[in-house]
Write a protein that binds this ligand. Structure first.
Ligand code: ADP
Ligand code: MG
Length: 293
């Protein structure tokens, strides 16, 4: 489906190593672990839903910050929408590539929801009537219109993250990068956020880069990349990635719950496809398999 899609971000052989790491760490990292990212190349295409996975410290956040120019490559080059992220046009990049972070409590700058969402466009100098329009649209896109005049104090984590997403949307970005934005949420909040970004992806053709350690969130992605030791070590569709159980375990990751179930049943004599992510479909397979015996 993405064969003809336009390449919008190009990461070309990029290295970024944090300079404040001690010599011991540098030596330790020389072996395998890298204190940052090393030699990473990646293309991101318009309208895709890309998931990035990897254990703690594998370089996901560093890569995320390289995508929108928050960090500039020490080696290699990142281009977003034709702009070099380490050049004078970093501002053009920041406008197009929005980022949502982990902690829902650290992202609000104003005490009323609509003021918070308006903050970004106000800083961009967007005319007032258009700000009003953008805030309205952004809050409705994350289904938080009813909270426009509320304070966030009594909102759930999921609601706060949706407001944070609205704040990014109000900048009219082309890409939204979510860096473990569901990590601190309860299951309900996680679902709200994932449903929201999936809807933006499908209905607004928004490009989504979802960094997560919940493998069940990855199933819906068009493409997955896995990082280990500051490098991209796996890349493919969710099916391609999660059919490699041993490799996934090797880099310290889990399988989605549904794949774990299929693998576990296969160890007990079933011969199920391990790349089924749909509960109904797996149930069907199990029934068929049982009726054959
Ligand atoms: P992830 O997001 O996958 O957990 P990060 O990109 O945050 O990984 O970190 C990659 C590596 O860089 C880790 O070894 C981490 O300790 C190190 N690192 C991250 N941020 C800093 C920093 N500000 N200063 C020094 N080292 C850092
Ligand atoms: Mg991180």
């Amino acid at each position: 489906m993405l064969e003809n899609a336009k390449e919008i971000i190009k990461v070309d052989d990029v290295t970024y190593i944090y300079r404040n790491s001690s010599d011991e760490e540098e030596n330790a990292s020389a072996a395998k672990q890298v204190n940052g990212v090393k030699g990473v190349s990646l293309s991101i295409y318009e309208g895709e839903f890309l998931a990035i996975v990897g254990h703690n410290g594998s370089g996901k956040s560093t890569l995320a910050k390289l995508l929108n120019g928050l960090l500039a490559p020490q080696q290699g080059k990142v281009e977003a929408f034709g702009f070099d992220t380490s050049g004078k046009d970093v501002y053009e990049v920041l406008r197009r590539v929005g980022m949502v972070f982990q902690n829902p409590d650290n992202q609000m700058v104003a005490s009323i929801v609509e003021d918070d969402v308006a903050f970004g466009p106000e800083n961009l100098g967007v005319p007032q009537p258009e700000i009003v329009e953008r805030v309205k649209w952004a809050l409705s896109a994350v289904k938080m219109s009813d909270y426009a005049d509320k304070t966030p104090t009594r909102m759930s984590g999921g609601q706060k993250q949706r407001v944070a997403i609205a704040g990014v949307l109000a900048l009219k970005p082309r890409v939204i990068v979510l860096d473990e934005s569901t990590a601190m949420l309860d299951p309900q909040g996680r679902k709200e956020v994932i449903d929201t970004v999936m809807r933006l992806n499908k209905e607004e053709n928004m490009t989504i880069v979802l960094i997560t350690h919940f493998m069940d969130e990855v199933i819906m992605a068009d493409r997955v990349i896995a990082m280990d030791g500051g490098r991209i070590v796996m890349s493919g569709t969710p099916k391609e990635i999660f059919s490699q159980e041993d490799r996934i375990k090797e880099i310290g990751l889990d399988l989605p719950v549904i794949s774990t179930l299929a693998h576990a049943l296969n160890k007990r004599g079933f011969a199920l496809d391990t790349d089924i992510f749909d509960v109904e479909e797996l149930g069907e397979e199990i029934c068929q398999s049982l009726s054959k015996t």
